[in-house]
Design a protein around this ligand. Structure first.
Ligand SMILES: Cc1ncc(COP(=O)(O)O)c(C=O)c1O
Length: 407
């Protein structure tokens, strides 16, 4: 590892000088990236084991995605939705097919797609289910993370996300995640949707108990309630399947997608659902200037093509087993618990040794980038292009960090 210059401190100071404190980044300033690797402004290389919170499932600058973006940049980038462009139908068709749904509505960020899902669920409740005006209720789970808009933080249970941002949007009920009895009790005649992450990412990669999602599906069917799966982080190959909810053989009424849909190049999000659900929207009722723009659609089509090959889901499954086996071997050696599926793991570090933040800082010193969440948990979500050796390298780095702390 050669240090060509020492630009990191200056770049960090400048960032600190000019930006509001919405994130608490690790002190790494990235200048270049390729596949599973990033290089900082001083020439240090790191294995990226966060992958943009799963926005980089196909790795940094995947050649097919970059080629699609370049080709589109040279032709047409933005039309607004006032007109139709020649990439739009292909993208929507491909995504609807991937999801097994009739219709798609593209947006940009994850939070926008969640907002879309909320609006569509409410409109469906009033126009199809027959809920009285203004009474629609959506049931969500404790420790959820669905984004940062004022409505979405209204039903967050994380004080950092919520406090001081009220007044809050009404119409949501919060129940413990994984507790089917609590969910059943919360669903009433005014309930239009249950909105869930099939695996809770921000909460620490929490996998619900076996049978929970199938039970939620059954409850939603019995009570005429939409099951809305927020697969923004868990979907598109991350867990070894195209969608995490597939692990329980469940099909939601609406998928909410984002992150990896933009191939790590542009923000692309979408909801996908049946015509009976998404068809409730009428022209003029919802929109976004950049939603479904030509560049986004061109990249999105290529993302879906990559997923259709099944290669990335298979890599996640196979290498995920390797990752989890390596991490489980650290249990009792500074790791308290490992959760997750595929190439996605939440690792609880013994808080007596260090915080999650400290673990990530030390991992970075060992050349691996990861991010903490909630105290002593770290999240590992490498790009799905990672190699077996690179998986071993990251596990070895964590083992070294823990061994140092236990000395
Ligand atoms: C499950 C889930 N939903 C929604 C979001 C929000 O996405 P965005 O940050 O693109 O608005 C995130 C982001 O981490 C997420 O993990």
């Amino acid at each position: 590892m050669t240090t060509v210059d020492v630009r990191t401190p200056e770049a960090l100071a400048e960032a600190e000088r000019w930006t509001a404190h919405n994130y608490h980044p690790l002190p790494v300033v990235i200048a270049e990236a390729d596949g599973a690797w990033v290089t900082d402004v001083d020439g240090r290389r790191y294995l990226d084991f966060l992958a943009g919170y799963s926005a980089l499932n196909f790795g940094h600058r995947h050649p097919a995605l970059i080629a699609a973006a370049h080709a589109q940049l040279d032709r047409l980038t933005l039309t607004s939705r006032a007109f139709v462009h020649d990439q739009f139908a292909e993208f929507c068709h491909a995504l609807a097919t991937l999801c097994g749904k009739d219709l798609v509505l593209p947006m940009n960020t994850g939070a926008e797609a969640v907002e879309t899902a909320i609006k569509v669920s409410r409109a469906w409740g009033y126009r199809v289910k027959g809920v009285a005006p203004g009474r629609a209720k959506i049931v969500v789970a404790e420790n959820n993370f669905h984004g940062r808009t004022t409505t979405i933080v209204s039903f967050s249970t994380d004080p950092d996300a919520r406090d001081d941002f009220g007044p809050y949007t009404p119409g949501f009920a919060v129940v413990p995640y994984g507790d089917l009895d609590a969910l059943t009790a919360a669903v009433d005649d005014d309930t239009v949707a249950v909105l869930l992450e099939p695996i809770q990412g921000e909460a620490g990669v929490l996998v619900p108990p076996d049978g929970y999602l199938a039970g939620v599906r059954d409850l939603c069917d019995r009570r005429s309630v939409l099951l809305v799966a927020d697969e923004i982080q868990s979907g598109l190959g991350r867990t070894g399947r195209t969608f995490a909810i597939e692990h329980e053989g469940v099909e939601p009424d609406m998928y909410v997608l984002g992150k990896a849909l933009g191939g790590g190049i542009v923000p692309v999000s979408a909801v996908a659902a049946g015509r009976d659900v998404l068809g409730v929207l009428r022209p003029g009722e919802h929109g976004s200037t950049f939603g479904g723009n030509p560049l986004a659609c061109a990249v999105g089509v290529e993302v879906i093509r990559l997923l259709q090959s099944g290669e990335f889901q298979e890599r996640s499954r196979r290498l995920g087993e390797r990752l989890h086996a390596g991490l489980r071997a650290l249990t009792g050696h500074g790791v308290l618990q490992v959760r997750g599926r595929g190439l996605w793991a939440g690792v609880d570090i013994d808080p007596a040794l260090m915080t999650g933040r400290q673990a990530c800082e030390r991992l970075a010193e060992h050349g691996v980038l990861a991010k903490d969440t909630h105290g002593s948990t770290i999240r590992l979500a490498p790009p799905l292009v990672v190699s077996p050796d690179e998986v071993d390298q990251a596990v070895a780095a964590l083992a070294a960090v823990l061994a140092d702390a236990r000395r």
